[in-house]
Design a protein around this ligand. Structure first.
Ligand SMILES: Nc1ncnc2c1ncn2[C@@H]1O[C@H](COP(=O)(O)OP(=O)(O)O)[C@@H](O)[C@H]1O
Ligand SMILES: [Mg+2]
Length: 278
């Protein structure tokens, strides 16, 4: 006689591994961050508590009033700061500076006396790309950021927008699967800024690199992101966390900005940012 199923045991289905959700790229759990507070200094709680999970391929845009802790959150993810409390993990590990993420700052950090190509080539060298492959990879990266003809020019000879493109190429050169960008277009004129937004949107859709992008601009958040997180005034907390379900490819910038969903998202995020600043 076949034995009856043992009802005390977990049913067979429990042996089937749970449906695999790939682990988040960035995981921020109950994070608070306070600066100072040492002898004689006043402490400033800049951020939190904040919890956030960023899955692979997400382009998350962080928006919020000045001083609400956006850069602090980015620096915690980059490993430049350790959270006062809570946990930050990147690819399941404690972040170490320069190890898991490529970083782009508001002011491009380049070698001004070197050529565009050398700046990218050096980033490839630091990333361990063999010498023989560097020229080809440099050309590819410069093509990707729209600088194919600029390789031989020196950094001081090119415009601010072009310099920021070089900075993006350098960040991509590391081959990191995470990009952190802190207001990279804030110092650029409006037209240059729009061009870089369009190109970054395309690059991110093509490479699928997980990105965290900080900005003041609601339009930039809607245009660039697959998701927007609005932080409240200091100490920053998540005031709104909203997916941006706009097409990532095949839709031109004007067409995109003309979509009714675009206007609706702008309005909703704009309201949240204004409320957050109160
Ligand atoms: N190194 C630091 N030491 C002390 N206070 C800091 C430091 N960095 C930032 N702060 C303070 O923390 C708060 C958040 O700063 P930050 O993260 O740079 O904001 P945001 O990028 O949103 O403008 C601000 O009040 C700022 O003055
Ligand atoms: Mg900042």
């Amino acid at each position: 006689m076949p034995s009856l199923p043992d009802t005390d045991k977990a049913p067979d289905t429990a042996k089937v591994p749970r449906q695999r959700h790939s682990a988040p790229v960035v995981s921020v759990r109950d994070v608070e961050h306070t600066y100072g507070g040492g002898r004689g200094t006043e402490s400033v709680t800049a951020l939190g508590p904040v919890s956030l999970e960023i899955p692979a391929g997400e382009f998350l845009v962080l928006v919020g009033p000045s001083g609400c802790g956006k850069s602090t959150l980015l620096r915690l993810i980059a490993g430049f700061e350790r959270a006062s409390s809570g946990e930050v993990e990147v690819f399941g590990e404690q972040p170490e500076p320069g190890s898991q993420a490529g970083i782009v700052f508001q002011q491009p950090r380049l070698f001004p006396w070197r050529t565009v190509g050398d700046n990218v080539g050096l980033a490839l060298k630091y990333a361990g790309v063999p010498r023989a492959e560097r020229a080809g990879r440099t050309a590819e990266l410069l093509e990707r950021v729209g600088l194919a003809d600029t390789s031989g020019r020196r950094i001081w000879q090119i415009s601010g927008g072009q310099q920021q493109r070089v900075a993006i190429a350098r960040a991509l050169a590391g081959g990191k699967r995470l990009l952190l960008l802190d207001e990279p277009f804030a110092a650029l004129d409006a037209l240059t800024r729009e061009r870089l937004q369009e190109d970054l949107r395309t690059v991110s859709a093509e490479t699928g690199t997980t990105s965290v992008f900080v900005t003041h601009s609601v339009d930039e958040a809607v245009f660039l992101g697959t998701r927007t997180v609005v932080l409240s005034a200091r100490p920053g907390r998540v005031a709104l966390d909203i997916p941006i379900g706009l097409p990532r490819t095949g839709t031109g910038p004007d067409e995109l900005r003309g979509l009714p969903e675009y206007a609706a998202l702008r309005a909703e995020i704009g309201t949240a940012v204004r409320d957050a600043a109160r």
